[in-house]
Design a protein around this ligand. Structure first.
Ligand SMILES: [Mg+2]
Length: 214
């Protein structure tokens, strides 16, 4: 049973796993950083990769540093992230339905981004689709927090809308569904692999479009 959605003004999208495949981020975290670390240390790639991954695990994805590329470049003494990320731009890959869905929804709703990725990443991840979005929110860069209910509350305040006028979609159950749902946003869980058994789950963004068009 799908919720009734009247008076929707804003459609908000998570980025990684929702609009963009994980390829670019994976390449940065598990190829580029270990490679530069190996060069700096004069060790082999595999050894560097193990050392770097160990450091990632010590921090874990519940802490802000996990998402902070500058933190890692400083910590591992790798210099400036931008030239490295620029070199990986070709690894940014959008899911096949993204262009069509954004272009058809953009005439009807205000489209926004609500991402847990840092702005340094979003610059590259959104490069080809940024014109579709009226606002881009990065919970880490803008508010120094993960995607909590408070983050979504601030987002609604900035947009000047009530949570009930917002639809959000994303692939993380906690950050994209539970958190926005808690303040009354219509949250959809994108389960591209169809592994879970969650209510309001979608297999693709095309299904979201179908719900929004009635
Ligand atoms: Mg995601």
């Amino acid at each position: 049973m799908w919720p009734v959605m009247d008076g929707i003004k804003v459609v908000s999208f998570d980025v990684e796993g929702t609009l963009v495949t994980p390829d670019f981020s994976y390449a940065i975290w598990f190829e580029a950083i270990p490679r530069h670390f190996a060069d700096r240390k004069g060790t082999g790639f595999e050894e560097a990769r193990r050392a770097v991954e160990e450091e990632y695990q010590k921090v874990g994805d519940q802490r802000l540093e996990w998402y902070d590329i500058q933190y890692w470049f400083d910590k591992l003494d790798l210099g400036i992230p931008d030239p490295v990320m620029e070199g990986y731009q070709s690894r940014v890959c959008y899911y096949p339905e993204v262009g069509e869905v954004l272009s058809s929804l953009s005439g009807i709703y205000k489209l926004t981004v609500a991402s847990g990725s840092a702005r340094e990443f979003l610059r590259y991840l959104l490069r080809d689709i940024e014109p579709y979005f009226a606002r881009v929110f990065s919970s880490v860069s803008d508010y120094r927090r993960l995607k909590t209910p408070e983050f979504y509350r601030k987002m609604c305040a900035v947009l000047g809308v009530e949570p009930a006028q917002v639809v959000h979609v994303g692939d993380n159950w906690q950050f994209d569904c539970v958190a926005p749902g808690e303040i009354g946003i219509h949250a959809f869980y994108l389960d591209r692999k169809r592994q879970g058994d969650h209510q309001n789950s979608l297999a693709s963004l095309t299904q979201l479009k179908a719900h929004l068009s009635g």
